[in-house]
Design a protein around this ligand. Sequence first.
Ligand SMILES: [Zn+2]
Length: 257
Amino acid sequence: MGKRWLGLLAAGLLAVGVLLPAAPAMAAPTFKVPFPCGQSWSGQTRTGHSPAYAVDFNRTDDLGDPVVASAPGTVDRVTDLGGTSYGKYVRISHAGGYHTYYAHLNGFNVSVGQSVGYGKVIGWVGSTGGSSGPHLHYEQRLNGADIQVRFNGALALYWGTRNYTSDNGCGSSAGSGTVNTSGTPLTVRSGPGTGYAAVGTVADGAKVTIQCQTSGTSVTGTYGTSTIWDRIGAGRFIADAYVYTGSDGYIPGVPRC
Ligand SMILES: [Zn+2]
């Protein structure tokens, strides 16, 4: 019994040792209020809502108002359920197993597979599906499970109604940099770490647009040692230690992924 248990424990430790470098833990994306910069919306949570932690957003004369992506990601559903449930809805896939849902839309402004950033208009407020009046039904999910909504890391009000003012897409949200490797091409990874698959290269001297930055495995490069990784496209990350950005550390104004 004891030996068998130890054997299983050893096998478990071995599995963890093999898995960890391939899938580094990722922090939650910085979700923002899903409306353009500066707008204030009334967000309501209630125990009878389905799912429980969804937020319904309203403001005066909101039919047709633009809805924007909460965080950078890839659109993975643009679906019309007709007169039931979500009606017309968009789902965005974010890093770390997170998804956001935008439901009862009047219309769509994105398609499946599209890469979106902060402030990107994805559709318009409507009253489609099982809705009795114009509003945006909004959800955050982790690995498919409904979770309590956070904006800029701060928990929404549970339960009740309060105003949320958007800082989504305020100012220039993308940064720029220049790759400096002293000659060799820089490997592009599918995620923020050396354990992720190589999905391409960028040439030494190439100018890159940085959509967002996140923390990953530590890399020592031209500009010292850093755990910062720069997202330069959908599923494309490069180590910031090889990128001249004019900033030591995170670039001011560029969002976290
Ligand atoms: Zn709702």
